[in-house]
Design a protein around this ligand. Structure first.
Ligand code: GDP
Ligand code: MG
Length: 334
């Protein structure tokens, strides 16, 4: 958008005909190709963008695509992103600093979930732009919970993800009208996080919401997470990938040791689970599952660090830790 046009406000919408809504949809899908900022840029531009949404809508996929490197784990299983992960990308004069947030928990309200909820609220109250991610054409109670956390005075983009799964566009216009009535979204972006062109287009859309100010990071930097943190995330991803849906999300990974000797890293990690049965699931027949988790994690760590990695993984049962505030803290949650 180079002409400074704004998406219609919710008050405009009820009077609009279905044709007008269809026109708006067409416009949203066709005129966003430009990467030019709406306001001429004098110097550097830099701002924080929170990517929020219920679990499984594609936030991690989007963040990884935006940053161009895998920094947030993705999985078919919901709720795998538990830490607030920041990635950044500098395009032309603009530095985009992304904040990923855990999915808002609605089913249980134990200490772990309270900690997750605090992280979400902390993330949205401290940013220049919110990207509210939903699955195109869908909106349920979990989406509504997340939406209710968004501050009214921060511009929010409605990102209708997984648009590749929408086959009848006619259904989207009424859905969009409902969405505009729910929140005063600044813009509507139908897209697919796994489509590279859609992702590049998003930079040009977000640009104008970020203030003119010096960059916070170097132009080449992609994450401010430590190698130690990345090690835990990688192990956790392999754990969820290789144990499928059987393993409850309350299991976690702790890095006990992370030592660097030249090009070599010695890493010791503990996977903490809630029950003996879960321990068996991770270790597998003759230990082959744990061995595979270790091998795959080590390969990825070696790619990430560009060196050799010795990785030791232990599995421990810590029954009930998710209900214990002190213990949640020990494991690094905010
Ligand atoms: P998160 O929980 O919101 O971080 O969601 P993830 O990024 O982990 O994605 C959840 C699932 O949705 C994964 O299986 C992704 O591959 C899938 N996914 C993400 N974006 C898209 C998309 O644009 N189209 C389709 N078809 N699937 C997607
Ligand atoms: Mg995620």
């Amino acid at each position: 958008m180079t002409d400074g046009k704004k998406a219609p406000t919710p008050t405009d919408l009820p009077t609009q005909s279905p044709d007008a809504l269809e026109a708006m949809l067409t416009q949203a899908m066709s005129t966003r190709a430009s990467n030019a900022p709406a306001v001429p840029t004098v110097g550097q531009r830099c701002g924080l963008i929170a990517i929020v949404g219920k679990p499984n809508v594609g936030k991690s996929t989007l963040l990884n695509a935006l940053v161009g490197q895998k920094i947030s784990i993705t999985s078919r299983k919901a709720q795998t992103t538990r830490h607030r992960i920041t990635g950044m990308r500098t395009v032309g004069p603009t530095q985009y600093v992304f904040v990923d947030t855990p999915g808002f928990q609605t089913r249980h309200s134990n200490a772990l979930n309270r900690s997750l909820n605090r992280t979400v609220v902390g993330a949205v109250n401290d940013v220049d732009l919110i990207v509210f991610v939903v699955e195109a054409g869908q909106f349920n109670q979990a989406d509504a919970k997340v939406l209710s956390l968004l501050p009214a005075n921060t511009p929010a983009i409605l990102l209708a993800n997984k648009f590749d799964l929408i086959h009848r566009r006619a259904e989207i216009a009424p859905w969009l009208k409902e969405m505009q009535e729910r929140h005063n979204f600044a813009e509507f972006v139908p897209m697919s996080a796994n489509n590279a062109r859609d992702v590049e287009r998003l930079f040009g859309i977000c640009d104008k919401y970020l203030p003119e100010q010096p960059w916070m990071y170097g132009a080449e930097e992609l994450t401010d997470r430590s190698d130690r943190f990345m090690a835990a995330e990688i192990i956790r991803e392999k754990l969820f990938r290789l144990t499928g849906d059987e393993l409850p999300y309350t299991s976690t990974v702790i890095i006990d040791k992370y030592e660097e000797e030249g090009n070599l890293r010695r890493v010791a990690a503990t996977i903490v689970v809630e029950r003996d049965g879960h321990k068996g699931m991770i270790i597998g027949e003759k230990g082959e599952k744990l061995k595979r988790i270790g091998t795959e994690a080590r390969h990825e760590l070696e790619t990430l660090t560009g060196g050799k990695v010795f990785l030791e993984i232990w599995v421990k049962v810590r029954s009930g830790w998710a209900d214990d505030d002190a213990r949640v803290k020990t494991f690094g949650y905010e």
